[in-house]
Design a protein around this ligand. Structure first.
Ligand code: GUN
Length: 288
C-alpha cells in the first residue's frame, strides 16, 4: 500500500488559523499587532520567493510585515546599521535576515547582530544555546515545522529512532537538539548522518523516522528505507528543467514508507507557519 502523504499545506492552514485567532486576541487585549521586518540583500530569485511567501503569510494572520530589500553590493556596515535600527524599533518584534547573504558579508557577524529577543529564526548564539540546553526560546522554523508536521499527523516521537541525514545548523543539528529534549513531543533517540558518514543506508534502514535534509535531489532511495518507516523530506532542489525536487526519490520511497511528506506541500508550508508562531511569541514577550 503506498504511503500516506504528510500534508503540510493542510496542517499549516490549521495552525495558521490558530495563530490568527491568537493575534486577534493580543491586539484586542493589549493593542499589540505582531510585526516582522524581513531583510533581503541582493537578487537571489529563490530568496525573493521565500521572503514574499513569508510576508504574505504574515498579512494573512493579521501581522504587519516590512521588507528591507537592499542591493547586492550593500556593505556589511550598512547592514549592521539597519539591524541596529530594527533592534530599537518597538513596532518590530521579529527580524528575519534571509540567508544566504552575498559573499562579501560575514554571515555570522550579521546573525549575531540581531537582538536575541527579536531573533525569530532562532539563529543567534544565545537562542541556539538555549535550544542546546533544552530550554528553547525560539525553535528554528524548519526543525519546528518537521516536529509539528509529524505530531499533528498523529505520529508520536517518544522513544522512536529518528535518523536525520544532514547536519546543517539551520536544519539537521537543530532538529537533533529539539527531538532529544526530555519533553512532550520530543524524547526521541536521534542519529545524525552527514556527508562523511560511511554507509548512510545502514543507519537509515534502522530508523522509525527518516528526515532527509542533504540538499541532494532524490538522495534517499527505496532500499535505504525500512518498510513501514515514516519519511520526511526537507529538500528543495531546483532541477535543470525548473521543477522543484525533494531529497527523497518520491515515487520509489512511497511504495515502502508508511507516511511520506511531499515536495512541495510538505515541510515548506510548515516552515513559514513556525516563523509566524515565533513572531507571535516575540510580540508577546515584548508586550510584557
Ligand atoms: N535561508 C534558508 N532557510 C532559511 C531560514 O529558515 N531563515 C532564513 N532567515 N534564511 C533561510
Amino acid at each position: 500500500m503506498p504511503a500516506t502523504l504528510l500534508d503540510g499545506k493542510q496542517v499549516a492552514q490549521t495552525l495558521q488559523m490558530e495563530i490568527a485567532a491568537e493575534c486577534a486576541t493580543l491586539f484586542r487585549e493589549r493593542g499589540v499587532r505582531p510585526g516582522l521586518a524581513a531583510v533581503l540583500v541582493g537578487d537571489n530569485p529563490a530568496s525573493q520567493v521565500y521572503v514574499r511567501n513569508k510576508r504574505k503569510a504574515c498579512e494573512k494572520v493579521g501581522m504587519t510585515s516590512w521588507l528591507h530589500h537592499l542591493p547586492a553590493d550593500t556593505t556589511q556596515e550598512a547592514l549592521l546599521h539597519l539591524l541596529k535600527q530594527l533592534n530599537h524599533d518597538p513596532a518590530v518584534h521579529g527580524i528575519l535576515v534571509q540567508l544566504p547573504l552575498p559573499k562579501h558579508i560575514h554571515e555570522a557577524t550579521i546573525i549575531h547582530a540581531v537582538h536575541p529577543v527579536k531573533d525569530i529564526d532562532g539563529f543567534t548564539p544565545e537562542n541556539a544555546g538555549l535550544l542546546a540546553v533544552g530550554e528553547p526560546r525560539y525553535i528554528p522554523c524548519t526543525p519546528h515545522g518537521v516536529q509539528q508536521l509529524l505530531l499533528r499527523s498523529g505520529i508520536a516521537l517518544e522513544g522512536k529512532h529518528v535518523v536525520i541525514v544532514g547536519r546543517s545548523t539551520i536544519v539537521g543539528k537543530s532538529l537533533a537538539l529539539l527531538l532529544l529534549r526530555k519533553a512532550k513531543g520530543c524524547n526521541a533517540t536521534v542519529t545524525v548522518c552527514h556527508s562523511a558518514t560511511k554507509d548512510i543506508a545502514s543507519f537509515t534502514r534502522q530508523a522509525d523516522i527518516v528526515v532527509v535534509a542533504m540538499g541532494v535531489a532524490h538522495f534517499l532511495k527505496a532500499e535505504m528505507v525500512r518498510p513501514g518507516a515514516v519519511v520526511v523530506d526537507v529538500g528543495t532542489n531546483r532541477l535543470p528543467d525548473g521543477r522543484l525536487a525533494g531529497d527523497v526519490d518520491f515515487d520509489a520511497v512511497k511504495e515502502v514508507a508508511s507516511s511520506l511528506s511531499p515536495v512541495p506541500g510538505g515541510v515548506g508550508p510548515m516552515t513559514i507557519t513556525m516563523l509566524l508562531f515565533n513572531t507571535l511569541e516575540a510580540a508577546r514577550r515584548q508586550a510584557r
